[in-house]
Ligand binder design. Structure first.
Ligand SMILES: Cc1cc2nc3c(=O)[nH]c(=O)nc-3n(C[C@H](O)[C@H](O)[C@H](O)COP(=O)(O)OP(=O)(O)OC[C@H]3O[C@@H](n4cnc5c(N)ncnc54)[C@H](O)[C@@H]3O)c2cc1C
Length: 509
């Protein structure tokens, strides 16, 4: 492995009962993101994780633009850009031919690309470091939630540790304990959806290959007939190859290294690329698309895979979960600070359930297209792929994974744009996100809120900021702490902005 997983010391149980205002159960990608976000809003957090390290093996690699912007807000954006592999382009092959290629971000003027590929364990290791640096996050490794009572005043947790059990009362509990969530099951909450009858082999392969930094997807390639294959580049010369195997494949047999080596060699050989390679990780996965009916259950709130699960096609699992944290944390911080009523937290459900549904819909459609389950579905798919090679109209129908995009229903994240500040290149989103921010064009309404005034302290030299935010001279937008557009105020005045600010905190539509 190019990455040595850190081993964290187990947290010894406190004597007697313990209390914390906010507990996050699960220190995975989403739980750690939520911990960092809350800490940056000034909230002290206890994180319970049953393990003593970060994620192992092949999990998320594709971090989408919106997620990168969130990590930019949390102070980690440059690490993703420096270590990660940036890509915007993808190619889709059918048989021996290229069906078409696409560019996910053909437009200039964004700080972050469409995607950065990075192993999930790097992201989690940086999140742990960043959480510790805040001084507000207590990471309790090898502390497993083994019992829960959900009460009106919070959650009473039974926690087990190598040195014995203890009881912890959380005024607020964020359940981030993954797809098999103990908390969800212990509370008897349903997790309904679809199971797909197919198996995929994941091989993480170390090699100096000549493939460009693009997402390549093959339908029915000559080196793996009748199935599909996906190729992604990761940092450290690691390549992720997903081979569709079909439902009848024998997982034990298919994970034998010699068998995987033969598959990889065949793929490389078919391109005349006989480079040496090593296998870093092999696993087989099946997948599901499902979600809870509600994510908020009083003072226990579910995020990430604990709340919803999708197939990996489209890279929507981790990205969706990070966007849950983005949506929830400022609201919880505002409620804890007495700036907003408890009802603001209901807007988490109102905004993130439709987002989860959109991810599930896209992921389900991709999976249906990639793994057709009837002769008619396969014939339709193959006809679309044939047409796509010659005709642009058929290309939008090809579905090799509609890649993660932010949900744009109830509110949408503000688009980024280049600006000049004191003559130096800068970015709009870098100056938003610590709290509510007013972005206005030409006028400076005295609201007491942090403000970006185009044409005054910031020069919108390309005109992109005003164009993307739809700001005529004198107009303003109010951005929430999660960089979502809370309100547009034409001919902005301080009273209009103050009213929009109050309405956002009180979740008044
Ligand atoms: C093959 C594959 C490829 C993927 N590719 C992508 C991709 O490219 N992009 C993307 O966005 N997503 C991708 N995903 C999905 C992504 O990995 C998940 O959505 C993401 O890990 C969810 O994060 P989470 O924090 O919600 O859950 P997890 O990462 O599962 O974290 C849950 C944490 O809770 C802890 N825990 C569990 N039970 C307890 C307990 N009782 N008490 C205390 N702690 C507990 C666990 O140890 C773990 O640390 C992929 C997934 C797979 C399997």
């Amino acid at each position: 492995m190019h990455f040595t997983p850190p081993r964290f010391a187990a947290f010894a149980p406190p004597r007697g009962q313990d209390h914390a205002a906010v507990v996050i159960a699960g220190g995975g990608l989403v739980g750690l993101t939520a911990a960092l976000d809350l800490a940056r809003h000034g909230v002290r957090v206890v994180v319970l994780d049953d393990d003593d390290t970060v994620s192992t093996g092949s999990r998320a690699i594709c971090f989408a633009k919106r997620t990168l912007e969130i990590y930019g807000r949390l102070g980690l954006g440059s690490r993703f850009l420096e270590k990660g592999v940036t890509w915007n382009q993808g190619r889709v092959f059918h048989g021996e031919r290229e069906a078409y290629s696409f560019d996910l971000l053909p437009e200039e003027g964004h700080e972050y690309p469409a995607f950065v590929n990075l192993q999930q364990y790097y992201a989690e290791a940086w999140l742990v470091e960043a959480c510790m640096a805040t001084g507000r996050v207590e990471l309790r490794w090898r502390n497993a939630v083994a019992g829960i009572e959900n009460r009106a005043d919070g959650a009473r947790l039974s926690v087990t540790t190598p040195a014995g059990p203890y009881t912890l009362h959380a005024d607020w509990l964020i359940a981030a304990d993954g797809a098999r969530s103990f908390i969800r099951r212990a509370l008897g909450l349903a997790f309904e959806g679809q199971v797909f009858r197919d198996r995929f082999l994941i091989a993480d392969v170390v090699m100096q290959a000549a493939f460009p930094t693009e997402r390549w997807f093959w339908f029915d390639p000559p080196f793996h007939p009748g199935q599909s294959v996906l190729l992604h580049r990761q940092p450290d010369d690691v390549w992720r190859i997903d081979f569709q195997l079909g439902w009848d494949a024998d997982p034990a047999l298919e994970q034998q290294p010699e068998r995987v080596r033969a598959r990889v060699a065949q793929m490389l050989g078919s391109r005349g690329d006989d480079v040496p390679f090593e296998l870093e990780w092999i696993s087989i996965y099946t997948f599901r698309c499902r979600r809870m009916q509600r994510f908020r259950h009083g003072r226990t709130i579910f995020v990430g895979d604990a709340a919803h699960q999708v197939s990996p096609f489209g890279a929507r699992g981790g990205n969706g979960g990070v966007q849950d944290a983005d949506n929830l944390c400022w609201k919880l911080a505002a409620v804890l600070a007495g700036q907003a009523p408890d009802a603001l937290l209901d807007s988490y459900d109102a905004e993130r359930i439709p987002a989860a549904d959109e991810n599930i819909l896209n992921s389900t459609r991709s999976t249906d297209f990639i793994t057709p389950k009837s002769d008619a579905a396969r014939a339709y798919r193959d006809a679309v792929l044939e047409l796509a090679a010659a005709h642009a109209f058929a290309r939008p129908v090809v579905n090799s994974g509609r890649l993660s995009r932010p949900y744009e229903g109830a509110g949408r994240p503000a688009p980024d744009a280049p600006l000049l500040r004191n003559g130096r290149p800068d970015w709009l989103l870098r100056h938003t996100g610590d709290g509510f921010t007013v972005v206005s064009n030409g006028v400076v309404p005295a609201t007491g809120l942090p403000a970006i005034t185009l044409g005054q302290d910031f020069e919108d030299h390309s005109g992109l900021a005003a164009a993307r935010l739809g700001l005529g001279h004198g107009d303003a937008v109010l951005l929430r702490p999660d960089q979502h557009i809370a309100a547009r105020i034409a001919a902005a005045d301080a009273a209009g902005i103050a009213a929009a600010h109050r309405a956002s905190l009180h979740a008044v539509a």
